[in-house]
Design a binder for this molecule. Structure first.
Ligand code: ACO
Ligand code: ZN
Length: 191
């Protein structure tokens, strides 16, 4: 059955009355209305089932991080990393993009104002430092935080972002982090 299908594909999709669908691989007869209905169902089911939920996951992440909806598109060159738990849930997401300059955080703002260290205003050096990868979003499902999932996601970005070139921590920059993001980045980067 399977070999037969491979032959059909190699010889241009049609053999006699049969058609092999390039997308789902089903071989069926276009002359048989019931076959056409069966193929349509099979085809839709395969593509709906195998659809990877990246955009929907990103909508949830972006809503939590407060990205305006017009910024919620996937930019060319961006890479999205997902952390999948043992029970097949997406519990973490990290979006990385090519960035060439980073600006070091140099000030935590005023002290003694009763605010926690991470909610204080902060400012950056005006000196650009070379980096290779920008972390534009890092997110872990609330119930799963504090288990190093965020750290593992960033490790994964470092090893896979550029093929054959594992990134050093110093090659990374975090874009406009939230208070959580700043605390996390400070711990992860050891700064
Ligand atoms: N406050 C203080 N320390 C923290 C915090 C925090 N909010 N989050 C992480 N850390 C520390 C941990 O204690 C740990 O320290 P350790 O190495 O001494 O044990 C270290 O950072 C690593 O923590 P992980 O367990 O790997 O981080 P986690 O899986 O909890 O994910 C994250 C951290 C992604 C920031 C998570 O809290 C989250 O999703 N928050 C809400 C979304 C958010 O604000 N994301 C950051 C946006 S900024 C940006 O995307 C560039
Ligand atoms: Zn098909």
């Amino acid at each position: 059955q399977r070999l037969f299908f491979i032959c059909l594909k190699d010889f241009g999709q049609k053999l006699g009355q049969l058609t092999a669908c390039d997308g789902c691989g089903m071989t069926y007869s276009e002359q048989e209305p019931s076959d056409i209905v069966l193929h349509t169902k099979f085809h839709k089911n395969i593509f709906n089932t195998l659809k990877f939920p990246v955009q929907t996951v990103r909508n949830i992440v972006d809503a939590e991080l407060g990205f305006a909806s017009e910024h919620r598109r996937i930019v060319p060159g961006e890479q999205t990393f997902l952390y999948i738990s043992g029970d097949q849930q997406v519990v973490g997401c990290c979006v990385a993009q090519i960035v060439t300059k980073g600006y070091r955080v140099i000030s935590d703002g005023q002290t003694g104002d009763g605010q926690s260290a991470t909610s204080k205003p902060w400012c950056c050096s005006t000196n650009a430092e070379p980096v290779k990868c920008g972390i534009s979003r890092i997110w872990v499902l609330a119930s799963e935080r504090g288990q190093k999932i965020g750290s593992k996601l960033i490790d994964c970005v470092r090893y896979h972002f550029i093929l054959g070139y594992p990134l050093k921590k110093a090659d990374l920059a975090f874009s406009d982090p939230t208070p959580d993001g700043r605390s996390f980045a400070t711990r992860y980067m050891g700064t």
